[in-house]
Design a protein around this ligand. Structure first.
Ligand SMILES: [Ca+2]
Ligand SMILES: [Ca+2]
Length: 192
């Protein structure tokens, strides 16, 4: 599903696009022709709980500038900047995505394209692709932070817990939630 919310602030074009499919692609405006100046475009990608988002760029050509202060592509999640890109090749002060795969910490990710008023040459922008990948809750939690008392079983989109023979679990759980399942002996003594 794509929701477009357009507003014009002076000459800047601000666009917000929401992507909620399990996979998708995004390109800069007019791709592969040059992207416009004075544009801020934001893609908000979200997938269901229990999934990460993996994002990579198959093409990248954004005006280079020192520390990407002119034009840039920024990847954010949970209010943190995961990556800042500009240019066509890595330098001491600027980075390009190259083969890098960016994985969101949770189930949402934003990509922002920002361009200033001019380009010194023609820059084609970018093409990027994302897909939802399962969170392996059983292996992504450290030993101190175990979700399941006895056994953890990962499945696509969630996980479930089970207890050893003669034990029963006593807390309810929901896929991808952080609730802990404890096991108790059938006679009622809790072992955690
Ligand atoms: Ca520019
Ligand atoms: Ca899972």
């Amino acid at each position: 599903m794509i929701v477009i919310n357009q507003q014009s602030q002076r000459t800047h074009i601000h666009l917000l696009l929401s992507l909620s499919g399990m996979f998708g692609s995004l390109t800069s405006p007019n791709f592969p022709d040059p992207y416009p100046g004075e544009t801020v475009l934001r893609w908000n990608i979200s997938v269901p709980d229990g999934f990460h988002i993996r994002l990579y760029f198959s093409y990248f050509d954004v005006e280079p500038s020192y520390l990407c202060e002119y034009d840039y592509v920024k990847v954010e999640a949970e209010g943190e900047v995961l990556a800042l890109f500009c240019g066509k090749e890595n330098t001491d002060t600027e980075a390009v995505p190259a083969q890098q795969v960016i994985t969101s910490p949770r189930n949402s990710l934003s990509v922002v394209l920002s361009s200033d008023f001019s380009n010194e040459e023609r820059f084609s922008g970018f093409m990027a692709h994302y897909s939802a990948v399962d969170v392996d809750e059983c292996s992504e939690h450290s030993h101190e932070d175990l979700l399941c008392d006895h056994f953890c079983h990962n499945y696509i989109g969630g996980y479930y817990c089970s207890c050893r023979y003669e034990f029963d679990h006593i807390t309810s759980f929901h896929p991808a939630s952080s609730s802990i399942v404890q096991c108790q002996r059938v006679n009622g003594i809790i072992f955690s």
